[in-house]
Write a protein that binds this ligand. Structure first.
Ligand code: IFM
Length: 465
């Protein structure tokens, strides 16, 4: 397979997962600082205090990106680093860091793709009510306007939110993510205010940027498959709550009726005020697609023991308000170290579906990748599983593109091993290994193969199934 010249290949990261420097240069606390410092919340009590120390290793990490030949780098801006309390003026040293990052990328010919929110809400805003509070959406739009001003002459693409499903339903529903709250009604209110935050920020970004950037949002999609022929209703419910809860308001102009009905016992939807729908549907230039694996679902009979895993087993609350009776089934292997099944064909189907439903919206795979338990052997990391995973998913993306989906590129998750949220440092997603004792970086074999792919723009048929 030839990789078309305009198909962008790059890598992605997020601020809290790699930067460290949690108390440096005026950065304020975020909900993830508080959450990870709360006993029992993360594996081994791990925190992002130091992470991959990227804040202090910016220049050498930029050189690493250049060595891999990345065409684009998707990073997130830490809101509490640039606006510590979540309102008011900007923190100059924080802004200077991102300015150096953007300049460093441009100097190396790498396209900067900046995400404004990858889960690190300033703690002050959570203390005031967090995402279930409408005011947080207004604060986000103000933050967007302020931070785009100093960077908006150089950033090529802005993404408002990363995976708002996780912010809403894991943060306020299951409680497995910060801030760890567990109320279905709060999760749905958070969902709406995240959507509103996105819609309010889009015109602010366009106003403040001086280089006509592309504006986007990134969603994580649950590709739900039926367990048997009786399972269509379960698929519909999960699809409504996980996917259409965001795509419909953003791209179609309102929430799906079935979602409102499914959740009527949980909330009265009073948070959705007249006029919100039009604001949320502010036109965007592109939709970011994060994809890792599938789920297989059926209706639960309420009696038999639950066997499956929706990826959030053991959490105190439910990420599925109003649909707790859906059963998640064990998936056939192979699986990654997260226990997530490997199904590249589902990425192809997902991209084709999104294109069919929203043909006017170009797509970009903004995250895809795999955790595996790596080993260092004679100074090398022979991570054949990850290499296979990446190549198979690039191939699936290219197949979707050949079949007509307007997919503009693929960003591997992740550039570096990093803080995997509740899993701490137990799971390694990087194409570059990080030794957390020494902060030494080793480009894994998958990273070398990805660099090769970028250089040759050729994916031999036998490599990409
Ligand atoms: O590490 C995360 C990332 O922050 C958001 N998307 C999924 C990744 C793997 O779990």
């Amino acid at each position: 397979m030839r990789i078309p010249g305009d198909f962008v290949l790059g890598a992605a990261t997020a601020a809290y997962q790699i930067e460290g420097a949690a108390r440096d240069d005026g950065r304020g606390p975020s909900i993830w600082d508080t959450f990870s410092h709360t006993p029992g919340r993360t594996w081994n009590g791990d925190t992002g205090d130091v992470a991959a120390d990227h804040y202090h290793r910016l220049e050498s990490d930029l050189d690493l990106m250049a060595e891999l030949g990345l065409e684009a780098y998707r990073f997130s801006i830490s809101w509490p680093r640039v606006q510590p309390g979540g309102s008011g003026g900007l923190n100059a040293p924080g802004v200077a860091f991102y300015s150096r990052l953007v300049d460093g990328l441009l100097a190396r010919g790498i396209r900067p793709i900046a995400t404004l929110y990858h889960w690190d809400l300033p703690q002050e805003l959570e203390d005031a009510g967090g995402w279930p509070l409408r005011d947080t959406a207004e604060r986000f739009a103000e933050y967007a306007a302020r931070i785009v001003e100093p960077l908006g002459d150089r950033v090529a693409m802005w993404t408002t939110l990363n995976e708002p499903w996780c912010s809403a339903f894991l943060g306020y529903g299951s409680g497995s993510h910060a801030p760890g709250r567990t109320r279905g009604a709060s999760a749905l209110a958070a969902m709406h205010h995240l959507n509103l935050a996105h819609g309010l920020a889009v015109p602010e970004i366009r106003r403040a940027a001086r280089n006509a950037p592309e504006v986007s949002a990134t969603l994580n999609f649950h590709v739900a498959r039926p367990f048997d022929e009786e399972s269509g209703e379960a698929v519909r419910r999960i699809d409504a709550l996980a996917n259409r809860s965001f795509t419909d308001p953003l791209l179609r102009g309102d929430y799906p009726d079935d979602l409102i009905l499914d959740t009527a016992g949980v909330t009265d939807w009073a948070f959705n005020r007249p006029g919100d729908a039009a604001k949320i549907a502010a036109p965007i230039d592109l939709l970011g697609v994060n994809y890792y694996s599938t789920v297989t679902v059926s209706e639960w009979d309420g009696r038999s023991p639950r066997t499956g895993n929706d990826g959030h087993k053991g959490a105190a609350g439910s990420p599925w308000p109003g649909s707790e009776h859906v059963e998640f089934h064990p998936q056939p292997g192979p699986a990654t170290d997260m226990g997530w099944n490997i199904a590249p064909d589902a990425l192809e189907t997902l991209l084709l579906r999104l294109h069919a439903e929203h043909p006017e919206t170009p797509l970009l795979v903004t995250e895809n990748g795999a955790a595996f338990p790596d080993r260092v052997v004679d100074g090398r990391v022979p991570d054949r599983d990850r290499e296979r995973y990446i190549l198979d998913h690039v191939a699936a993306t290219l197949r979707a593109r050949e079949a007509g989906a307007d997919v503009r590129g693929y960003m591997v998750w992740s550039l570096l091993d990093n803080f995997e949220w509740g899993y701490g440092y137990a799971k390694r997603f990087g194409v570059v290994r990080v030794d957390y004792e020494t902060q030494e970086r080793i480009v894994k074999d998958s990273g070398k193969r990805f660099a090769d792919l970028i250089r040759t723009r050729d994916l031999p048929a036998e490599e990409g199934d």
